[in-house]
Design a binder for this molecule. Structure first.
Ligand SMILES: O=P(O)(O)OC[C@H]1O[C@H](OP(=O)(O)OP(=O)(O)O)[C@H](O)[C@@H]1O
Ligand code: HPA
Ligand SMILES: [Mg+2]
Length: 172
């Protein structure tokens, strides 16, 4: 079992999620917001975020994979599960746990744009700007973090640790 060092404590994450949710609620006042979760990593963040948003919310889920069990992205993004519903004319926010190389999201955004949502924004819990390979414009960011492989709050290492209630780094 690896040892995990806390990078962002549970209370800090909760506080930040509440702030982002308030911002989103304000910006989408009078609208119905369609949240799109990028599985699996985005699920823990999206659930907590959705609970703090006070405009009507609908949800859908999409699964893409590029990391497998590795710590470095393969660069090949696969759609493992597509959305159930059309996004045409909807105000959508794509919810991610982390933007690292940017490959996953840039691929996803291209696909989703073609489906003609009324508006599309990106919300990520974590952003690693130093490791970006493909440029993506992000609208809501929880925390910018340094180039370290993190786990917890939806983020895994070989599918483990997604359930940690904080963001941690595996100690070697
Ligand atoms: O910016 P990138 O370098 O593309 O990395 C970020 C993506 O990689 C991870 O997903 P992964 O493919 O590991 O699937 P998972 O969410 O099921 O863990 C993470 O959840 C993001 O979706
Ligand atoms: O730092 C990370 N941790 C877990 N999964 C990831 N996917 C991209 N970057 C990361
Ligand atoms: Mg992952």
């Amino acid at each position: 079992m690896e040892k995990i060092k806390t990078l962002i404590a549970e209370e800090k994450v909760a506080e930040r999620i509440e702030t982002i949710a308030k911002e989103i609620s304000k910006e989408y006042a009078g609208k119905t917001l369609h949240l799109i979760c990028v599985l699996k990593g985005g699920v823990v963040f999206m659930c907590d975020l959705a609970k703090k948003i006070d405009v009507p919310v609908t949800m859908d889920f999409m699964a893409v994979s590029s990391y497998g069990d590795e710590k470095v992205s393969s660069g090949i993004v696969k759609i493992v599960k597509d959305l159930d519903d059309s996004i045409e004319g909807k105000d959508i926010i794509v919810v991610e746990d982390i933007i690292d190389s940017g490959r996953t999201l840039s691929y996803l955004l291209q696909i989703l744009k073609e489906r003609k949502p009324n508006s599309m924004k990106i919300c990520t819990l974590l952003d690693k700007p130093e490791t970006r390979v493909v440029d993506v414009a992000v609208d809501y960011v929880g925390f910018e973090i340094p180039d370290e492989f993190v786990v917890g709050y939806g983020l895994d290492y070989a599918q483990k640790y997604r359930n940690l209630p904080y963001i941690g780094v595996i100690e070697q």
